[in-house]
Design a protein around this ligand. Structure first.
Ligand code: MRU
Length: 364
C-alpha cells in the first residue's frame, strides 16, 4: 500500500544481505522509519516491543526469524541445538495470536526435513517467502469477498456513504499488505463506492488513532477517529452500517480473540442490529481449540502502556508523558474474546462463512 504515494510492504526480506527490513510501527504517524534486522533474536525483540505487530505480520516475522536463525546456526558449534532454542524463543515472543505459532512451526518443520545444515538457510528462505506471498494473496481475496458485503449495503442505501467501524489496526501494517479488516474498505474505495471509516483510537497503545488512521490518510479514504467509548452511541444514532474487525485467534467454534475492546463493540453492534464481521486469513484459525471463551491465553502487557502515553512535542520530537502517577495499580489485558453468537460472519480468503463449528471445519 502507499506511503506518500510510494508502495510499501510492512516487512521485506533481503536474501543477499541476509536481513529483514521492517517499518517501525512505534514511530508512526510521526516518523517513517525502516529498520534493518540481522539476527533472529533482534527480530524476536521487535515482535516483543511491538516495533512490528498485528497477528498475520508476526506470523510472517516468525517465518523469517526461523530463516535468520538458520543463517546463524551454520556458524554455531551445535546447529541443531541453536535452531531448536531459537524456535522456542520465536514462538513464545507473544502468546495470543496463533499465526506466530502456525508460521514458525511450518518453516521449522520444513527445515528439519533437510539433513544437510548448509541447505537450511535456502529451505527456510524459500518457504518463508512462499508463506508471505500466500498470505498477501489471502488478504487480497478477503478484500474481494468483503467488497460484496459493502456493495450490498451501498445498494440498500442507494449509493449513500457506507459507514464502517473498525477497531485497532487490522490494516496493511498488521499484515504486510492490504490488511484484513481494511482490505474490503480499500477495494470499495478504489471501486468508487462511497465509504467512511469510524476508527476506534484503541487504548492503551492507540493502534487505531496512530496506525489505521495513518493508513487511511495515505490511501485517501475518508475517516474519523473516535474514542473507544463512542461506538455504542453512534450505533444507536444509526451512524454505523457495519463493523469489520480483525482477529488474533479464532477457535473452531467461531469465538474470536482480538484487540481488547472488540467484545464491547460486538455487544453494542448486536444490541443495535449492526452487522459485525471479522476478517481473517485461515492462518488465524486455531482448529485444535474447540471453544475460545475462557480458553485463549490473553496477553497481559506492562503497566507502562497505561501509565505513559507518547506523542510529539512542539519541536516534533516523540516524547512520553505520564497520564497518572507511576505507583497507581493498573491491569493491561491486550485482548478479549468475542463469543461466536455475536458475530454475523467471518470474511476469509475462502469466502464468507458463519462463525460456527460446521462452517469453520470446511476451511481446514
Ligand atoms: O497487540 P497488537 O497490536 O499486535 O494486536 C493485534 C492486532 O492488531 C489486532 O488485534 C488486530 O485487530 C488483528 S491483526 C490483523
Amino acid at each position: 500500500m502507499h506511503v506518500k504515494g510510494k508502495n510499501y510492504r510492512a516487512i521485506r526480506a533481503d536474501k543477499k544481505n541476509k536481513s529483514v527490513r521492517i517499518i517501525n510501527q512505534l514511530k508512526i504517524p510521526f516518523e517513517f522509519e525502516i529498520i534493518e534486522i540481522n539476527s533472529y533474536s533482534e527480530l524476536v525483540n521487535a515482535i516483543k516491543d511491538m516495533r512490528l505487530r498485528g497477528a498475520p505480520l508476526i506470523g510472517v516475522a516468525g517465518a523469517y526469524a526461523v530463516w535468520l536463525a538458520c543463517v546463524e546456526a551454520i556458524d554455531n558449534k551445535n546447529p541443531q541445538k541453536f535452531l531448536k532454542d531459537a524456535f522456542k524463543n520465536i514462538i513464545t515472543a507473544r502468546p495470543t495470536a496463533v499465526n506466530l505459532k502456525f508460521a514458525t512451526c511450518y518453516i521449522y518443520n520444513k527445515v528439519l526435513i533437510e539433513k544437510n545444515f548448509s541447505n537450511w538457510e535456502n529451505v527456510a528462505y524459500k518457504f518463508a517467502n512462499e508463506y508471505y506471498e500466500k498470505e498477501i494473496d489471502s488478504f487480497r481475496k478477503i478484500g474481494e469477498y468483503g467488497l460484496e458485503i459493502i456493495k450490498q449495503i451501498a445498494k440498500k442505501k442507494k449509493g449513500k456513504v457506507v459507514n464502517i467501524l473498525t477497531h485497532c489496526n487490522a490494516g496493511w501494517l498488521a499484515c504486510g499488505d492490504y490488511g484484513t479488516a481494511t482490505s474490503p474498505i480499500y477495494l470499495a474505495h478504489k471501486k468508487g463506492i462511497k465509504v467512511h471509516v469510524w476508527i476506534d483510537e484503541t487504548r492503551p497503545r492507540f493502534q487505531g488513532a496512530k496506525l489505521t488512521a495513518w493508513e487511511m490518510y495515505n490511501e485517501k479514504v475518508p475517516f474519523t477517529v473516535i474514542t473507544d467509548n463512542t461506538g455504542g452511541h453512534i450505533m444507536q444514532q444509526g451512524l454505523v452500517d457495519i463493523v469489520i474487525v480483525g482477529a488474533d485467534r479464532v477457535a473452531a467454534n467461531g469465538d474470536v480473540a482480538n484487540k481488547i475492546g472488540t467484545y464491547l463493540k460486538a455487544l453494542a453492534a448486536f444490541d443495535n442490529n449492526v452487522p459485525f464481521y471479522v476478517a481473517l486469513p485461515v492462518s488465524t484459525i486455531d482448529f485444535e481449540l474447540k471453544k475460545g471463551v475462557g480458553n485463549i491465553t490473553i496477553e497481559k502487557r506492562k503497566a507502562d502502556e497505561i501509565i505513559l502515553i507518547d506523542g510529539v512535542n512542539n519541536k516534533s520530537k516523540i516524547r512520553k508523558i505520564n497520564v497518572m502517577p507511576t505507583n497507581y495499580k493498573t491491569d493491561n489485558y491486550a485482548f478479549d474474546v468475542t463469543p461466536f453468537r455475536l458475530i454475523t460472519g467471518l470474511i476469509s480468503e475462502k469466502g464468507v462463512i458463519k462463525a460456527n463449528t460446521k462452517d469453520i471445519s470446511k476451511l481446514k
